[in-house]
Design a protein. Structure first.
Length: 263
C-alpha cells in the first residue's frame, strides 16, 4: 500500500481590488478583510499554502493582484499561488517575480490550451495549476465554466482536466461553483471523479463548512489538498482546528504552527 503524502491545507483568498471578498456560488460578494492581514494570520496558524485569486481579473481583462503578492511574499514564508487574469507568459513571469511560486490558470487555458504547455516548458509543470470552475450538468456530468463562474463552455470537466494535464498542468484546483460559499460540504463525487482520471494532485475547493467536511473529501475522494476560505474568514474554524481534525482521523498532514487548541 502506497504511503500517502501529507495532505495540504490551503487558505484561499478571493481578492477584489484592495479587499478579500467572499460570496456564495461566486456571486453576492462581500468584504471580509485585507489580503496582507489574512495571509499572515493563516500562515501563522499553519496554512501549507496561500492561494490568491483575483475575482474580477478575467471580467475586466486586467490583473491588480500582484502588489498583494509582493507584500505577502515579504512576510509569509509558505508557497504562494496566484490566479485570475493570467493570460500570457508575460503575466506568469510577472507573477513569479512578484513572489508567487505557482500560477493558477482557468479562462485563458480554456481559450488557448497551449498556454499550459508553454508555461510548463518554460517554468516546469510544478508551477502550473489548472484552475477549474465546475458546475453540475444534466448530460456532461460537470461543465467547465470561466470568467468567475459566469460563462459556460460546453466542455465536460473530466475530458478537459485530462487534456490539460497532458499539456503540462502539474495540479488541478477544482472549485465546485454549486458548493462555493454554501458551507454544505464539498462535491465529493466531483472530486473523486477528477482524482480518478488525472495522475496529478487535486485540490478540492468550494463548500467547506466544518472541519469534518474537509476530512470527508480526503477520505472519500482521496483529495491531496483542500482550499478553504469561508470558514476561515468567518472564524468558524481555524487552520489549527482543521489540521487537528485531519490528524484525529489518522490522515497525515503537516503540523499546525499553533499548539493544540480547543476547537
Amino acid at each position: 500500500m502506497a504511503i500517502r503524502a501529507p495532505v495540504r491545507v490551503v487558505a484561499r483568498l478571493d481578492v477584489k481590488g484592495p479587499n478579500v471578498i467572499k460570496g456564495v456560488r461566486l456571486e453576492g460578494l462581500r468584504v471580509v478583510g485585507q489580503p496582507a492581514t489574512l495571509s499572515r494570520r493563516y500562515a501563522e496558524q499553519g496554512a501549507d499554502e496561500i492561494l490568491f485569486m483575483d475575482a474580477v481579473a478575467s471580467l475586466y481583462e486586467r490583473n491588480s493582484i500582484l502588489p498583494h503578492i509582493s507584500e505577502a511574499a515579504r512576510d509569509v514564508f509558505v508557497p504562494l499561488t496566484v490566479g485570475g487574469g493570467i493570460r500570457t507568459i508575460t503575466d506568469v513571469s510577472e507573477a513569479l517575480r512578484a513572489g508567487a511560486d505557482k500560477v493558477a490558470i482557468n479562462t485563458a487555458a480554456v481559450r488557448s490550451p497551449t498556454l499550459l504547455q508553454a508555461v510548463a516548458e518554460r517554468y516546469g509543470s510544478q508551477c502550473v495549476v489548472l484552475s477549474v470552475e465546475a458546475k453540475r450538468h444534466q448530460t456532461l456530468g460537470w461543465e467547465v465554466y470561466t470568467d468567475g463562474g459566469r460563462e459556460h463552455t460546453g466542455r465536460p470537466v473530466l475530458t478537459w482536466v485530462e487534456e490539460a494535464v497532458e499539456l503540462g498542468a502539474g495540479e488541478v484546483l477544482l472549485t465546485s461553483v454549486d458548493r462555493d460559499g454554501t458551507r454544505q460540504g464539498f462535491d465529493v463525487e466531483l472530486v473523486r471523479a477528477v482524482q480518478r482520471v488525472v495522475p496529478v494532485p487535486v485540490i478540492a475547493s468550494g463548500g467547506a463548512g466544518r472541519a469534518d467536511h474537509v476530512v470527508q473529501v480526503i477520505q472519500e475522494a482521496d483529495a491531496e489538498a483542500v482550499a478553504i476560505g469561508a470558514i476561515l474568514h468567518g472564524n468558524t474554524a481555524s487552520i489549527t482546528c482543521i489540521k487537528q481534525a485531519i490528524q484525529a482521523a489518522g490522515i497525515p498532514c503537516r503540523p499546525s504552527a499553533e499548539s493544540v487548541v480547543a476547537c
